[in-house]
Design a protein around this ligand. Structure first.
Ligand code: UD1
Ligand code: CA
Length: 460
């Protein structure tokens, strides 16, 4: 039977170089805290327990992450990585294998971690190492004459020969909990930083003849940590490039894979085309053949097949039906539900409204808290006056109605099926079906009227 898996995430460190009031691991990468990425990788391994060691930033961390299934262990003061794991030890199952992760190393692939868990389940110690062109700052992996891992020496404690080693400790390791607990009790802080180093566990294990198997990430970015805004920005680009590559591989056209940002999940059908500068947040689904124009922002949106979104649209909490055409410059707010073949044009704002099949709102309108039927035409500059200063009211526009330009519909109000409103109507009572309703002052002309003339100085 497989040993259970316990994950310990170290996240107590300060993150001074971020120069921020926000704890480092709460800084967002692709719209989610760094720590949330690490927890997602942990979750994918289906661990029995996840324990997060926190300290700097205090309760802000558990509060922001808000997960009751996690064991939050406070480390105060922070006396090193070994001391951090000592705080977690009483909460671990001695029969488990323990995977140690860092809260500021967000992009480790689950496959890499899974391989390490398998090794530890066979009783060995899996240590994630990598060779770096510039290993400075990192702990170095010291191997014996037979190439076996003997110990880890921290940069600040290393001899010149050891500093020349370019294989470094990533900090990520996986090992049987029972053995780890024994070694943790023997850690001392007699080193350059007066810290309890978790890395000393490796030396103890080697001395006892334990098998230590170095594992390596498929790509260097898997083990890169965030210590500065610069590194955070670099990892954001790595993350976005990975998403773009996977979309291209699925058959999505990206006019420039370097100019796409996905901060959530983006699901695409066949032959989707995404122009440059688009941002996708939350859960976005794009149906077959959908096109998204340049510099559009979509958050929690479901787009059916054949929809065309023209450039510069801002769309949130909206469902868009088949073959609809949106924008340019449309703003669709939460609760918008557009049926198939609708046309929503420039400078149109829609909120909490249903718009029926093939209806058109092409220019400069505000439609809020409305039900719009099928084949309705809403003229330029139409406004639903949904708010009386205290309450919101609904507007109903039935099938095939025609709303003349520059009309105001003062809700609650209904425009009947097939009704026509003359341009400039201020509708305060229901418009009957099939009839023309207008509320316009009759046009008149004053014959012979003269424009006033400018008075010239000296005259009069
Ligand atoms: C550590 C490793 C080093 C490795 C490097 C990789 C040790 C002694 N050294 O060094 O071999 O090459 O990571 O980045 O383990 N943390 C706590 N509590 C503490 C101290 C740290 O939770 O008391 C957390 C930090 O928040 C961070 C992680 O542990 O997520 C690593 O801490 P950091 O100070 O960055 O370790 P390094 O000294 O860089
Ligand atoms: Ca570090």
């Amino acid at each position: 039977m497989n040993a259970p898996l316990n994950v310990v995430v170290l996240a107590a460190g300060k993150g001074t170089r971020m120069k921020s009031a926000l704890p480092k691991v709460l800084h967002p990468l692709a719209g989610r805290p760094l720590l949330a990425h690490v927890l997602a990788a942990a979750d994918s391994l289906r661990p029995e327990r996840i324990c997060v060691v926190y300290g700097h930033g205090g309760e802000a961390l558990p509060t922001a992450i808000g997960r009751a299934d996690i064991l939050w262990v406070r480390q105060e003061p922070q006396l090193g990585t070994g001391h951090a794991v000592q705080q977690a030890a009483p909460h671990l199952d001695p029969a488990a294998v323990v995977l140690i992760l860092y809260g500021d190393v967000p992009l480790t692939r689950p496959e890499t971690l899974q391989e390490m868990v398998l090794i530890a389940r066979e009783g060995a110690i899996a240590l994630l190492t990598v060779r770096l062109a510039d290993p400075s700052g990192y702990g170095r992996i010291v191997r014996n004459a037979r190439g076996q891992v003997e110990r880890i020496v921290e940069h600040k404690d290393a001899s010149p020969e050891e500093l020349a080693i370019n294989e470094v400790n990533t900090g990520i390791l996986c090992l049987p909990a029972g053995k780890l607990m024994g070694w943790l009790t023997r850690l001392t802080n007699g080193n350059a930083q007066s810290e309890y180093y978790l890395t000393d566990v490796i030396g103890m294990a080697a001395a006892e003849g334990e098998r230590i198997l170095p594992c390596h990430p498929a790509a260097e970015w898997e083990v890169l940590g965030v210590n500065s805004r610069q590194q955070l920005a670099e990892l954001e680009r790595v993350y976005q490039r990975n998403i773009a590559e996977s979309l291209l591989a699925q058959g999505v056209t990206l006019l420039d894979p370097a100019r796409l940002d996905v901060r959530g999940t983006l699901e695409c059908g066949r032959d989707v085309v995404i122009d440059v500068g688009c941002i996708f947040e939350g859960r976005v689904k794009l149906g077959d053949g959908a096109k998204v124009g340049a510099y559009s922002m979509l958050k929690d949106v479901e787009v059916a097949e054949g929809v065309e979104i023209l450039p510069f649209c801002h769309i949130e909490g909206t469902r868009i039906g088949r073959a609809a055409r949106i924008g340019p410059y449309a703003r669709l707010r939460p609760g918008t539900d557009l049926d198939a073949e609708t046309h929503i044009g420039n400078f149109v704002e829609i909120k909490n409204s249903q718009v029926g099949f093939n209806s058109k709102i092409n220019h400069l309108s505000y439609v809020g808290d409305a039900y719009v039927g099928r084949k309705v035409n809403i003229g330029a500059g139409t406004i639903t006056c949904n708010y009386d200063g205290a309450n919101k009211h609904r507007t109903v526009i039935e099938d095939e109605a025609f709303i003349g330009s520059d009309s105001q519909l003062v809700a609650p109000v209904t425009v009947g099926r097939g009704a026509t409103l003359g341009a400039g109507t201020t509708l305060t009572r229901d418009a009957p079906p099939g009839e023309l309703t207008l509320s316009r002052v009759r046009q008149f002309t004053i014959p012979g009227w003269q424009r006033p003339k400018k008075t010239v100085k000296g005259e009069g």
